[in-house]
Ligand binder design. Sequence first.
Ligand code: NAI
Length: 271
Amino acid sequence: MSYNLLKGKKGIIFGALDENSIAWKTALRVHEEGGEFVLTNAPVAMRMGQINKLAEQTGSQIIPADATSLEDLEALVEQSMEILGGKIDFVLHSIGMSINVRKGKHYTDQNYDWTQKGTDVSATSFHKVMQTLYKKDAMNNWGSIIALTYMAAQRVFPDYNDMADNKALLESIARSFGYFFGKDKNVRVNTISQSPTPTTAGQGVKGFDGFISYADKMSPLGNASALDCANYIVSMFSDLTKMVTLQNLFHDGGFSNVGVSNEVMEAFVKD
Ligand code: NAI
């Protein structure tokens, strides 16, 4: 169902890799709601070629950019404004990667070169994106910037590894930059803390199947899907949420406030 919530709004969407990606579902929903955008991803992700299909479906152009490269980000922001014919109303940062996770390095045995790379890609890139937009005065008044995060930033999930630290930094950057973006340009900055979701990044986490069904059984509403997340992002890009900023918004079916559920208890009760 479409409500035309984003009619006339222009944006940049980072991180659509394949049909499962949260950014992919978001691009489709933003398009349905009347928003226009540029799609971007790391040049290496482009080579997989799937993003072309999304661009066709949504009438969007693609600009490759490594989100850790200021040069790429500057070119991306300038070209996006040219293509879209003006300043930007919404930005989705949907980027995450840990080499320690990917290569099965335990949290207590990190390769710090990989740790640093993961922090740059997963957290500092959000600062770089916002700093580039800020310096170029590329955001419209009352624009909205969102990054995606996970609850391992607040609570221990042992196999989430160094991504937990990256997410904690990402959430802090949202608050710190959000202050200046709010004061100076009336732009809001928030993070959405999403349920475990079966995507390429999600499935990279060790024991993901157990993780996702545990969260589902703990949450009174069950896990939020990628499409649910896309819908929430649309609402956060719309004018209906213009006074929400500096928040970490849990989008997790209630998981974050549950101590234990009956379903999970049952697994421990002896007959
Ligand atoms: P995904 O694997 O589809 O998306 C991750 C994206 O990051 C990919 O498109 C990848 O190409 C991009 N990326 C990696 N390095 C990059 C770089 N240097 N420059 C630009 N882009 C780069 O997976 P998903 O799940 O859609 O991830 C999106 C966001 O949601 C991430 O921040 C992730 O941590 C977060 N998230 C995911 C959850 C899950 O269970 N899948 C749960 C909570 C948050």
